[in-house]
Design a protein around this ligand. Structure first.
Ligand SMILES: NC(=O)c1ccc[n+]([C@@H]2O[C@H](COP(=O)([O-])OP(=O)(O)OC[C@H]3O[C@@H](n4cnc5c(N)ncnc54)[C@H](OP(=O)(O)O)[C@@H]3O)[C@@H](O)[C@H]2O)c1
Length: 251
């Protein structure tokens, strides 16, 4: 991915990883469009960073994405980078009486269908553009699941597989397809406690590492992964899957 001079749309840009990347990419001379449901945050971030534009997108509202696409086509026809980053995470206890699929359905809708729909909507705009790039945010949990986040981990495993096929199909277009697989990072993805959890990586440090990997093009297989997550990424290949699974899922 070219590191400057792009027009970049980031879904889930109102907070956490999406916001941090939006601000870092803006600082490197990119025009950045962030999307999300929280209008007050879209306004606040745009006001603080001339050159960042905030546009509403609610992936649960079928009318929202077509409105966004029409506005981006009209105002930002030079769009050449899409970062499909919006996602949600919830624990699920499938052994509990009364467990139902409500949370899993919400996760599938946002993390899987949301990425597919956003990609389908914006891919025509990216094709043929200088530096055309599509990045989607999966997770280090795509490779070995944490059993208390079953649908979440499976949604990220879906993206890991799907992005490989997308990359292959777009190889001659060309559109570069990148997979961003974050470790556990201090955001409010699972609630306010995560943002202060000392076991999670500080958000600024994670964003800085991602920018460094992008700048150095240090992402073999087009997967943006921290070195610390490589044992998880290659657990199956290295014959360590059961041990890694057990470490992630004690008891
Ligand atoms: N933090 C971690 O430890 C971690 C680890 C691995 C992967 N990830 C992934 O990183 C991505 C960003 O998460 P985060 O950690 O930065 O958490 P976050 O701060 O909660 O960010 C999630 C973003 O997604 C947007 N979003 C959620 N549901 C949406 C919907 N229905 N329609 C439109 N936008 C929606 C939110 O915006 P609004 O609320 O304004 O709509 C928000 O900007 C996610 O895909 C997550 O799975 C995070």
């Amino acid at each position: 991915m070219k590191i400057t001079g792009n027009t970049i749309l980031i879904t889930g840009g109102t907070s956490g990883i999406g916001r941090a990347l939006a601000e870092a990419l803006h600082a490197r001379g990119n025009r950045v469009i962030i999307t999300g449901r929280r209008q007050a945050l879209l306004d606040e971030i745009a006001a603080a960073h001339p050159g960042i534009t905030g546009l509403p997108l609610d992936l649960d509202d079928p009318g929202s994405l077509p409105r966004l696409v029409a506005e981006v086509r009209a105002r930002f026809p030079g769009l050449n980078v899409l970062i499909a980053n919006a996602g949600i995470s919830r624990t699920e206890d499938m052994a509990a009486d009364g467990w139902d699929a409500t949370d899993a359905e919400a996760i599938v809708a946002t993390n899987i269908l949301g990425v597919l729909r956003v990609t389908a909507a914006f891919l025509p705009l990216l094709k043929g553009k200088w530096g055309a790039t599509l990045m989607a945010t999966s997770s280090a949990l795509a490779f070995v699941p944490r059993a208390d986040f079953p649908a979440y981990c499976a949604s990220k495993a879906f993206l890991h597989s799907w992005l490989q096929s997308l990359r292959h199909q777009l190889r001659d277009v060309p559109v570069e397809v990148l997979e961003l697989s974050p470790p556990y990072v201090q955001t409010e993805l699972t609630g306010p406690a995560q943002a202060a959890d000392p076991r999670a990586m500080p958000l600024d440090a994670y964003a800085a590492e991602v920018m460094d990997l992008l700048e150095r093009e240090a992402h073999p297989r087009d997967e943006i992964l921290l070195d610390r997550d490589l044992p998880r990424r290659f657990a199956e290949r290295d014959g360590r899957y059961d041990a890694v699974f057990a470490a992630l899922n004690p008891g």
